[in-house]
Design a protein around this ligand. Structure first.
Ligand SMILES: Cc1cc2nc3c(=O)[nH]c(=O)nc-3n(C[C@H](O)[C@H](O)[C@H](O)COP(=O)(O)OP(=O)(O)OC[C@H]3O[C@@H](n4cnc5c(N)ncnc54)[C@H](O)[C@@H]3O)c2cc1C
Length: 385
């Protein structure tokens, strides 16, 4: 479509990245609406880890392209990227085989420093780690983490510089046919007309999808974060250590350095936990006692030398998941002027660049070309109408 009027609902990392790429691709009228303000949703609760340590071609490609974008934002806009490294631990031969494949795919994607590490090297990278049962690892020394709030600010600054509009305190409450344009997006203020509407409402995307008449089956999973404090500097930089193997079916412990004398993390999985979907309006944002006890046990088992660390509560946020634990990204077949951009689970900060790029390609070019196989993310995969 030539020069469409685009309305994006949701000013989290995904909606903001979509807006920015659309503007950069030459779309002149881009408006982001948020019921609260940028980063008010899941984006404001994230730990911010960005890594390419994955094992399939498409998973590595979308991460590699995303981290290239972060490097551009770092160079041009001062986005802070702490490159503390990312270490995935392998505890069985099958995991090590996966890692070898992952490293080879990363090299093909230009991630030259990704490498397999032996248990001895794991011990050099994390001197406090108990190596019992560790057969090796996959290590990306230049992976790291970003501050999701700062990332949103960087996206915002660029959006404003390119003439995009971001309206806070504007809640979408309905949808109909416009008098002038295809869509009339009804808000709790003035209605907005648009040629294209993008659902980037994170944990609210299911509700918004119902308003738009195009379903988004989002399952909101509550995930908690703990903070460990030492009473002394650690003396080395703790990479993001992930003791979870993708596809293993179980949650794994993870932690990373935070400031000079803290670790932050908890338990993570990319897969569905099978919880009932949480209501984003009323879920519990504080951390459960039982969770702190479990994380204390899991961290101490891995880091027995850090027994003097005191564990404090962090917070709980929502992973917006989908039934097959993959993001939903692109136009609906029944109306290609409505696009889905959600369901990023625990990966949305990291994947926000590629999500924005692919959606902008769908809007402007009618196809997503920057990553081979991106059609896999289309709503039609789940037979969504
Ligand atoms: C504890 C925790 C740790 C995490 N750690 C990481 C990590 O280390 N790395 C990583 O990559 N990801 C991480 N994530 C995941 C990441 O935070 C999410 O995948 C990502 O933030 C989703 O972004 P989003 O833009 O889709 O949604 P959101 O950030 O939730 O944005 C959606 C926006 O839509 C707005 N909205 C909703 N409904 C309406 C409406 N009707 N009208 C107008 N506006 C509306 C909301 O106000 C909100 O601002 C973590 C998440 C949690 C909870």
């Amino acid at each position: 479509m030539t020069n469409p009027e685009v309305v994006i609902v949701g000013a989290g990392v995904i909606g903001l990245s979509v807006a920015l790429y659309a503007l950069e691709k030459g779309v002149e009228r881009v408006t982001v609406l948020d019921r609260h303000h940028p980063a008010a949703g899941s984006s404001g609760w994230a730990v911010g880890i960005v890594t390419r340590q994955y094992v399939t071609p498409i998973e590595v490609a979308i991460r590699a392209r995303s981290l290239e974008r972060f490097a551009q934002l770092e160079a041009e806009d001062g986005l802070g990227i702490v490159r503390n490294g990312f270490l995935r631990l392998g505890r069985d031969p099958a995991a090590l085989e996966q890692f070898a494949t992952g490293v080879a795919i990363q090299h093909e994607n230009g991630v030259a420093d990704a490498r397999l590490v032996t248990p001895e090297e794991v011990g050099e990278i994390v001197p406090d780690l108990d190596l019992t049962g560790v057969l090796g690892g996959m290590f990306g020394p230049s992976d790291g983490y970003v501050d999701p709030h700062q990332l949103c600010q960087v996206y915002l600054k660029r959006i404003h510089a390119l003439g995009g509009r971001v309206h806070s305190s504007t809640r979408v409450v309905g949808h109909g046919r416009g008098a002038r344009l295809r869509h009339r997006v009804v808000t709790d203020g003035e209605p907005v007309e648009a040629d294209i509407v993008v659902n980037a409402a994170g944990p609210w995307a299911g509700e918004l999808g119902d308003l738009l008449g195009h379903s988004m089956p989002i399952i909101n999973e509550r995930h908690q974060v703990c903070v460990g404090r030492f009473n002394r500097p650690l003396g080395y930089v703790m990479p993001s250590v992930m003791d979870y193997v993708v596809g293993s079916g179980a949650q794994g412990a993870y932690f990373r350095h935070e400031g000079s004398d803290q670790l932050i993390g908890g338990l993570h999985t990319n897969e569905l936990l099978g919880q009932a979907s949480e209501n984003p309006e009323s879920y519990r944002t504080s951390v459960d006692d039982a969770y702190v006890a479990t994380v204390a046990e899991e961290w101490l088992r891995r880091l027995p030398g850090l027994g003097d660390m005191s564990l404090v509560r962090g917070w709980a946020g929502l992973y917006p998941m989908t039934p097959d634990a993959q993001a939903i990204l692109g136009p609906y077949e029944s109306d290609t002027t409505v696009l889905a951009a959600g369901g990023f689970g625990g990966l949305g900060i990291m994947l926000s660049p590629i999500a924005g790029k692919l959606i902008a390609e769908w809007i402007v070019d009618g196809q997503a070309t920057s990553v081979a196989g991106a059609d896999l993310f289309l709503p039609r995969r789940l037979a969504l109408a």
